[in-house]
Design a protein. Structure first.
Length: 389
């Protein structure tokens, strides 16, 4: 695991100009001058191919490797095998009240990929305790669900009361709690975001947790500017935006949502061109845009954005016709140039997970990595399983 981390570290560092650049913010990333043939080929791709490559890291890497031979090693470094699974008991059908189908599938897959340690369970940032309830029913072990929201604690307690299980809810802030985790527990966490999963690992190791099973998510949360590796710094440094890139992969959107996403991007890019043109400034990050603004015409959208940013809505209205077309052209280019950046999403996520795994190994745990479900169920399908040696 340490050797894989070092090799991945070196390769990502060598390719940093490719994945660190953000075509949405830059009219042309610097790498376009270094690889003009690749740039021209990307910009000429048909729409269907663009969608497919943006949605599939492996296919995007294979495509790029024709121009960049150094990427040939990356698929092997980022390949994570499925975890062995144990069939779940049929009695589990009673646990899933109020759980959406996709979430239910994720919990079932996570539970099947974990093994009981015989210790009481800590369901970290557990919400209504769906995961803890499923494991308590399967393993017949007591569960402590830690959750900051009192409403979710109350609702989860009611759901647990319908089953012959022992599940206790504790209203706690996971980022400041000091009495959890506790020595000898088996800590589980399904999609605890950013600092929440890092806190579980560091605090759990210090407390003497016996066993961890966790699927990290949203690595950028809690990162102010630069990610601070748990297992020690090296030559590679990730910004907050870099860690966000690792989780931009999603399950394929419906055609309606895809059209909505494309229009929102095109309109934002049209406004960005307007702001650059009238103010002479480079790209600036967008404040959240009200969804209702995208349901009007582009002219109205542009004028509303101009008012909010202290620019002239009258000038925006006169330029709207040209800017809408330019925004759509920019959207087309951004989607094609972003294939390069998106090809590294899984590599960055694996790098981040290997950092967590290395910290656990350094703390005396035997660590295994695996996937607990197919990507179509959730792209955040990496499972870290660690046992105290």
């Amino acid at each position: 695991m340490a050797e894989r981390r070092q090799r991945l570290d070196a390769l990502l560092l060598a390719c940093r100009s490719l994945w660190h650049a953000q075509p949405f913010r830059e009219l042309r990333p610097a790498w376009c001058e270094t690889w003009p043939a690749l740039t021209d080929e990307l910009l000429a791709l048909p729409d269907a191919t663009v969608v497919a490559l943006n949605d599939d890291c492996e296919a995007a890497l294979a495509y790029l490797a024709r121009h960049l031979q150094e990427l040939a090693e990356l698929p092997a470094l980022t390949s994570i095998s499925p975890r062995p699974v144990s069939p779940l008991g049929t009695q589990g059908a009673r646990w899933a009240w109020e759980v959406p189908g996709r979430k239910q599938g994720q919990i079932e897959a996570f539970a099947a990929a974990c093994q009981p340690s015989g210790a009481s369970l800590l369901d970290w940032c557990g919400g209504k305790g769906h995961l803890g309830r499923r494991l308590a029913l399967e393993w017949r072990l007591p569960v402590h669900t830690l959750e900051i929201d009192p409403v979710l604690c109350a609702e989860g307690s009611k759901l647990a009361g319908k089953l012959p299980i022992e599940q206790h809810f504790w209203q706690r802030d996971a980022l400041s709690v000091t009495d959890w985790p506790q020595t000898g527990q088996h800590a589980v966490a399904l999609h605890a975001c950013g600092e929440l999963h890092r806190r579980l690992i560091t605090q759990g190791c210090a407390a003497g947790v016996r066993h961890f099973d966790m699927a990290p998510c949203c690595y950028y949360r809690g990162v102010e500017q630069v990610y601070q590796p748990l297992a020690g710094t090296g030559p590679l440094s990730l910004t907050r935006d870099d860690t966000r890139l690792a989780v931009t992969e999603t399950v394929t959107a419906s055609p309606r949502l895809a059209r909505q996403r494309d229009r929102e991007m095109a309109w934002k890019l049209g406004f960005d061109l307007f702001r650059r043109e009238v103010s002479g400034s480079a790209y600036r990050s967008f404040k959240p845009v009200p969804a209702a603004w995208f349901r009007s015409s582009f002219v109205e959208f542009l004028q509303q954005m101009a008012r909010r940013e202290g620019l002239s809505p009258e000038v925006a209205g006169r330029l709207a016709g040209r800017l809408e077309g330019q925004g759509w052209q920019r959207q087309r280019e951004v989607m094609r140039l972003s294939i390069v950046r998106h090809a590294f999403r899984r590599a960055l996520e694996v790098w981040l997970v290997l950092d967590l795994a290395a910290y656990l190994e350094n703390s005396g745990y035997t660590v295994e990595l695996g996937t607990f479900c197919q990507r179509r169920l959730t792209p955040r399908n990496l499972l870290i399983s660690a046992r105290r040696v």
